[in-house]
Design a protein around this ligand. Structure first.
Ligand code: ADP
Ligand code: MG
Length: 229
């Protein structure tokens, strides 16, 4: 079913974190989810080997340039959601995954450097669109923000995305300890309850809002596609 790909040319932008949060929130809600770990570092696989992963969530590793499309196709025929975590490079594997996506999420932190990298990534999406003859929906996700403040730089970046009609999710993922702890304890955010991690409930609420907005965006795009057809 829908393929959601996390991509940015920058390592450390927050792709893997955002991909795993989305996957685990959907799985906690009872949906079947496959994450394709398409980063040679295989961090998602490492997380999946820890205890606490919902039975509805499966991780497929070892994707290569040659196998990524088949892996996505197979996962899409088996689970309700397919989430692809890519490496921070522009490679043929990245283009292949983007070409099969229903939504590409580009995580951006609040710096101009990140925003410029996102613009480059959108260029790659546009070129992939041209080759495939199909529109590929994408959105920026602002991540690792401080929940208490809106820095001037972030405001400026949001304004420049707005001026260029670049879609940005309304929900931002804040910088939260729970989003790091998930990867050391394993499992989902809900599984962190009772482990003494600060503000877990707030982190879950933020993650739920983010997952709901992605699902809504997929629905909107599907409706728009139907209208065009
Ligand atoms: N929302 C967040 N809150 C707290 N830490 C985060 C958040 N997003 C990313 N990080 C941390 O930032 C670093 C890079 O994030 P990661 O998701 O691995 O990025 P990428 O996959 O783009 O390389 C990791 O140490 C991760 O724990
Ligand atoms: Mg990563």
């Amino acid at each position: 079913m829908p393929v959601i790909t996390f991509s940015s040319p920058k390592g450390g932008a927050g792709k893997t974190t955002a991909a795993c949060i989305l996957a685990s929130m959907l799985a906690e809600q009872g949906a079947t989810v496959t994450i394709i770990d398409a980063d040679p570092n295989q961090f998602v696989q490492e997380w999946a080997q820890l205890p606490g992963l919902p039975a509805t969530l499966q991780v497929v590793g070892g994707a290569t340039e040659e196998t990524i499309m088949d892996k996505i196709e197979e996962a899409a025929s088996m689970t309700a959601f397919v989430i692809v975590d890519l490496e921070g490079l522009a490679s043929l594997m990245v283009s292949h995954a983007i070409s099969m996506s229903d939504l590409v999420v580009i995580p951006v932190q609040g710096s101009q450097f990140d925003a410029s990298q996102a613009a480059r990534q959108i260029g790659l999406i546009k070129r992939t669109e041209k080759r495939g003859g199909r529109a590929i929906p994408y959105t920026v996700l602002i991540t690792r923000t401080n929940p208490a403040i809106m820095p001037h730089t972030l405001k400026h970046i949001l304004q420049s995305f707005d001026e260029r009609a670049i879609p940005v999710l309304k929900t931002r993922l804040c910088d939260r300890e729970a989003y790091r702890a998930m990867f050391s304890y394993g499992g989902t955010l809900q599984g962190l309850a009772g482990k003494g991690v600060a503000n877990t409930t707030v982190a879950i609420n933020n993650a739920a809002e983010y997952a709901a907005e992605i699902v809504q965006r997929l629905r909107d795009k599907r409706e728009q596609a139907k209208e065009v057809a």
